[in-house]
Design a protein around this ligand. Structure first.
Ligand code: SF4
Ligand code: SF4
Length: 320
């Protein structure tokens, strides 16, 4: 019976919960595997993991961004004990939402959250091993610390992609290493909304518009990352009138999602304009994008840091 491990580093827990979305299929999966390590589900500790022989685990699914030194130590142990390691979810894949913390240094974050003078010391009278683990200078995607065999993308991953991974693993039919579960084509290609590539003359946030039920959300002024984002979710968000936020990561063709989306937006803004008028229209519309990095690099900042920062230099705006 294949041995499986699931581990959660610096994430929200949503990826651990996402297995429940398999419904009855989860019972099928659990009846065919042996869970040897899954702290959220069974009482297993680090020493249990360390006691396993090398490569004793067939499939390790790791979610969350790497935020602490302890996260790195744990995934290194998991790597040494596992035949296949899967980056499960957007945080492990690209850095995810917690990766936006990389906009600040570790020291700035500690001061902002805890005030000055914070030290990760043990509680008074407590042993030194009870000290909080040290924060890494920056968050990292899983591949920033260990070799990764597969990616199941999403925030959290869609059930169809989780099911595909288990079905192929249990059938002994895993694809070549490096495979990303999901489609190479963009979300737009699985979205039923009608896309007309209309000229974009203003950007609206989701709470500012009651969108037309059939038309493309981008055509209606919402920033929908569908054109540059990997499909595999059956366009779940656009179908529910919410723009795609890019959680499955960029398509292989798109590359850096920030650059790709700015390019897509620029061509929509410039449609029908020429010369200086085109650039002035482009500046006006793109300047109206509130929180550019939080919108265009919501899941990808740790994986595409240089271009994101240089292409969208506007400071992140706070507030309602
Ligand atoms: S990918 Fe999304 S659901 Fe999973 S841990 Fe990160 S924030 Fe949570
Ligand atoms: S709503 Fe979004 S995903 Fe759907 S066609 Fe428009 S841009 Fe693409």
């Amino acid at each position: 019976m294949p041995k499986v491990a699931v581990y959660w580093t610096g994430g929200c827990g949503g990826c651990d919960v996402s297995f429940l979305e398999l419904g009855p299929k989860l019972l099928d999966v659990l009846s065919q595997v042996e869970v040897v390590f899954w702290p959220a589900l069974v009482d297993t500790k680090r020493q249990d993991l360390e006691a396993l022989p090398g490569k004793a685990i067939d499939l390790a699914l790791i979610n969350g961004t790497l935020r602490t030194q302890e996260n790195v130590e744990m995934v290194e142990v998991l790597r040494s004990k596992s035949r296949y390691v899967v980056a499960f979810g957007a945080c492990a894949h690209l850095g995810g939402v917690p990766g936006l913390a990389n906009l600040k240094s570790r020291e700035e974050l500690l001061v902002e959250v805890f005030g000055g003078g914070f030290r990760p010391t043990p509680p008074p009278g407590g042993p030194s091993e009870h000290a909080l683990p040290e924060l890494l200078p920056q968050t990292l995607p899983l591949a920033g610390a260990i070799p990764v065999d597969y990616v199941v993308p999403g925030c959290p991953p869609p059930p169809a992609l989780i099911a595909d991974l288990f079905e192929r693993a249990l059938a002994g039919d895993l694809p070549p290493a490096g495979h990303v579960f999901g489609k190479d084509k963009a979300v737009c290609e699985e979205c039923p909304r009608k896309k007309e590539d209309r000229k974009l003359d203003k950007i609206v946030r989701p709470h500012e518009l009651q969108p037309d039920g059939e038309r493309c959300l981008l055509d209606q002024g919402m920033i929908c990352m569908g054109p540059v984002t990997r499909g595999g979710c059956e366009a779940a968000c656009p179908k529910a009138a919410m723009p795609c936020t890019g959680c499955l990561g960029p398509t292989p063709k798109a590359g850096d999602p920030v650059l790709a989306m700015i390019s897509a937006l620029a061509s929509l803004v410039r449609a029908g304009e020429e010369g200086e008028a085109a650039f002035s229209a482009e500046d006006k519309v793109l300047d109206s994008l509130a929180d550019p990095l939080g919108t265009l690099a919501k899941y990808s900042l740790p994986s595409f840091p240089r271009l994101a920062r240089s292409c969208v230099p506007t400071p992140v705006r706070r507030g309602p």
